[in-house]
Design a protein around this ligand. Structure first.
Ligand SMILES: Nc1ncnc2c1ncn2[C@@H]1O[C@H](COP(=O)(O)OP(=O)(O)OP(=O)(O)O)[C@@H](O)[C@H]1O
Length: 266
């Protein structure tokens, strides 16, 4: 796929295939094309050349089976966590019906299950405006889950959060994707978080794919390829698996097997 905006080549002949259920992190400096890639995958942008396919279906317009989580979680402040989550069923209900919470029991149950998945069941009746940024982003994830997607896209979902909340949100995203066998594609700026939670990594530079591989290949040379020669001291945690313990998620067996052990700072 290639995407041009006038003279700017935002994506330059980028191609890859993701098997169902993989958790992919997209990395790259500002302007490398991460958002454009995700927006094309959700048909919010149209590729100039090439196409996105889900199975054999070209993605030509936004679809219910592809949910998107944004940096600004776009949840409604005045509503409770539960009501916000329930709006994820809008595709199955009318807007007014949704606001009046006229959804059927299965939608309501799904909203509660989704809040449970992101660790917010006890806060279901809490007004969103009283929640922290991290909690609000988790409500955003719950809402995306209620949409009942098979593919979850997230464009810098933790960009505005502190490090602790970022880890939590990434942990819940990872858990939700694993529990529901969702294919997830998430753009991140934080290499350490990518390393802790990612299963597969795609690196973009000037719109070109400069890396696409799994944990055992994702080393400091790859970081250099993606970001140039930056100071990477302490960038990778000593034990990637410990990240999810406290945050409600865990890396799955496959990625744990692929994970190389030990610190990788150079
Ligand atoms: N709607 C648009 N119109 C014109 N140029 C655009 C548009 N969207 C993106 N671009 C350009 O395409 C290139 C890739 O932008 P993109 O937002 O995809 O990068 P990014 O890696 O997501 O950056 P960031 O990390 O800052 O969000 C940039 O040069 C950007 O200026």
């Amino acid at each position: 796929m290639t995407k041009r905006f006038g003279d700017t080549v935002a994506l330059d002949d980028v191609s890859f295939e993701i098997p169902q259920g993989e958790f992919v992190i997209v990395l790259g400096v500002s302007g490398s094309g991460k958002s454009t890639l995700l927006r094309c995958m959700n048909a919010l942008e149209t590729p100039t050349e090439g196409e996105i396919r889900v199975g054999d279906d070209p993605v030509t317009s936004p679809r219910d089976d592809i949910a998107m989580i944004f940096q600004q979680h776009n949840i409604i402040d005045q509503m409770t966590a539960y009501s916000n989550a329930l709006t994820g069923s809008l595709n199955r209900n009318s807007f007014i019906g949704s606001l009046l919470q006229l959804q059927d029991e299965s939608d309501k149950l799904q909203a509660l299950e989704a809040l449970n998945t992101v660790g917010l069941l006890d806060e279901a009746q809490q007004s969103a405006k009283r929640m922290s940024g991290g909690q609000q982003q988790r409500v955003g994830i719950a809402r995306a889950l209620v949409q009942d997607p098979t593919i979850l896209l997230a464009d810098e979902p933790v960009a505005s959060l502190d490090p602790g909340s970022s880890q939590q949100v990434m942990g819940y995203l990872r858990t939700a994707a694993r529990k529901r066998d969702l294919t997830a594609v998430i753009s991140l700026h934080q290499v350490n978080l990518a390393r802790k939670f990612g299963e597969r990594f795609t690196g973009l530079r000037d719109g070109q794919k400069v890396f696409d591989g799994y944990r055992d290949e994702f080393d400091m040379d790859v970081i250099d390829q993606i970001y140039g020669d930056i100071d990477t001291e302490g960038m990778f945690a000593a034990d990637p698996d410990e990240a999810t313990e406290a945050s409600g998620g865990s890396t799955d067996d496959a990625s744990s097997k692929r994970a190389s052990s030990g610190g990788m700072a150079k």
